[in-house]
Design a protein around this ligand. Structure first.
Ligand SMILES: *Cc1c(COP(=O)(O)O)cnc(C)c1O
Length: 411
């Protein structure tokens, strides 16, 4: 008889987005004339940049001709894409990388999940709370946790609360941990980390031989000078950190699929016998065996993001989202609602008015303002009392949503 991986049964049902969908559908059915505005989504809405579309088409045309046809590419991506990323995305930050340290993939959700393949099950994991749910669920799936308790905390995982009380700067864990997930600019809180704050984590990781898994999916939204775009801007990070990046939010590739993972050659972890092994070698072996590369036209499209034209166009789109974020932040702040994030991020994390529970605020916002957002408690127990609004919408919808909130809660 075949047996399942019963770790999957420990997962709390994919509760958040289905529950939002259920409540929205129920409301819409009962109120067919209400014009709903959806600011709950973590997905882009603007089309691909024209320079990217052109390169994407040209990539397909190459496949249509015998002399420029491409079959399987390198599992870790084409060197011309790795090189343009090193040149345009890392060199300007003062970060030197080799092409062998860049692994092109079909997105960073998969990479942040798959990276667990190369680490032993006995590693102690630290995860921020609230958090992007993928980090927790993938650790539960491979068997690194016990059951979840009544508040939603899994046994065996170290949670790092990230709230207004600690200024969204999680404290170092009390008990020693081996792997630490960090995401900046952060989803869901929209907050960023300074150089000094990241240095504390790098120093901790180097001293304890821990590994930082740094998710920089939103780095292109950083506008404040001095905020690091890469963990490798921090001295010592190449000895302790793996970085994940994605074209999804940077260039609207959520439906196209392309990301990258950096594993520096000097980065290592130990065997149970104490020998240090290069993680680059293990990840290369893992990808070579389980992955067959990103499609050629997609990599052509990704490279076009870094052309002068492409970069100007994707920057204009990010600026559009950041303008939406500013309208939400400033409008709600003027209405007396406490907002965080939204300056270097497409997400506004707000404190619910009148200390409402996250789901109560969700229901009120839906029934009274016809606006849909995401309850903070869905991202982890420390998200209770908070709420996430996304700036990935149409500017006219954003203005209307802000007006409705101000009419309801403003003084
Ligand atoms: C959107 C997002 C990603 C990107 O995932 P892809 O698989 O590259 O689309 C990664 N991390 C976080 C925190 C995100 O919100």
């Amino acid at each position: 008889m075949a047996h399942i991986n019963d770790n999957y049964l420990k997962l709390q049902a994919g509760y958040l987005f289905p529950e939002i969908g259920r409540r929205v559908q129920q409301f819409a059915a009962a109120n067919p004339d209400a014009r709903l505005i959806r600011l709950g989504i973590g997905d882009v809405t603007r089309p691909l940049a024209p320079a990217v579309v052109e390169a994407f088409h040209a990539g397909i045309d190459d496949l249509a001709r015998r002399e420029s046809f491409h079959g399987y590419g390198p599992e870790h991506g084409y060197q011309w894409l790795s090189e343009v990323i090193i040149e345009k995305a890392y060199k300007p930050l003062g970060v030197e990388l080799k092409a062998a340290e860049v692994f092109i993939s079909d997105g960073s959700k998969c990479d942040t999940a798959n990276i667990l393949d190369i680490f032993a099950l006995d590693n102690k994991i630290a995860i921020c709370d609230p958090v992007y749910p993928v980090y927790i669920d993938t650790n539960v799936m491979i068997g690194r946790s016990g059951e979840a308790d009544s508040r939603g905390y899994y046994e065996g995982i170290t949670y790092l609360p990230m709230t207004a009380e600690n200024n969204f700067t999680p404290a170092l864990p009390v008990e020693k941990v081996d792997i630490i997930y960090l995401c900046y600019p952060n989803n869901p809180t929209g907050t960023v980390a300074t150089r000094e704050q990241l240095q504390v984590w790098v120093d901790y990781a180097v001293a304890n031989e821990s590994i930082i898994l740094f998710d920089a999916a939103y780095e292109a939204f950083i506008r404040q000078p001095g905020i690091p775009h890469s963990i490798y801007e921090i001295p010592g990070a190449k000895n302790c950190a793996i970085e994940f990046r994605s074209f999804s939010k940077t260039a609207g590739f959520t439906g196209v699929r392309c990301g990258l993972t950096i594993v520096p050659e000097e980065l290592g972890a130990r065997t149970f016998g104490g020998e240090k092994i290069a993680l680059n070698q293990l990840w290369n072996r893992r990808q070579g065996t389980k992955f067959n590369g990103v499609s050629y036209p997609v990599q052509k499209a990704a490279a076009a993001v870094y052309s002068d034209e492409g970069w100007t166009q994707i920057t204009a789109t990010i600026d559009y989202y950041l303008h939406n974020a500013r309208l939400i932040r400033e409008g709600l702040t003027a209405a007396g609602i406490t907002c965080f994030g939204g300056e270097n991020s497409p997400y506004i994390w707000l404190k619910t008015p009148e200390e409402m529970a996250s789901w109560d605020f969700f229901d009120k916002l839906l029934s009274e303002c016809h606006v849909v957002g995401t309850p903070g408690s869905g991202f982890g127990p420390s998200g209770e009392g908070y709420f996430r609004l996304s700036a990935f919408g149409d500017v006219e919808d954003v203005k209307e949503a802000v007006k409705r909130l101000r009419d309801r809660w403003g003084c």
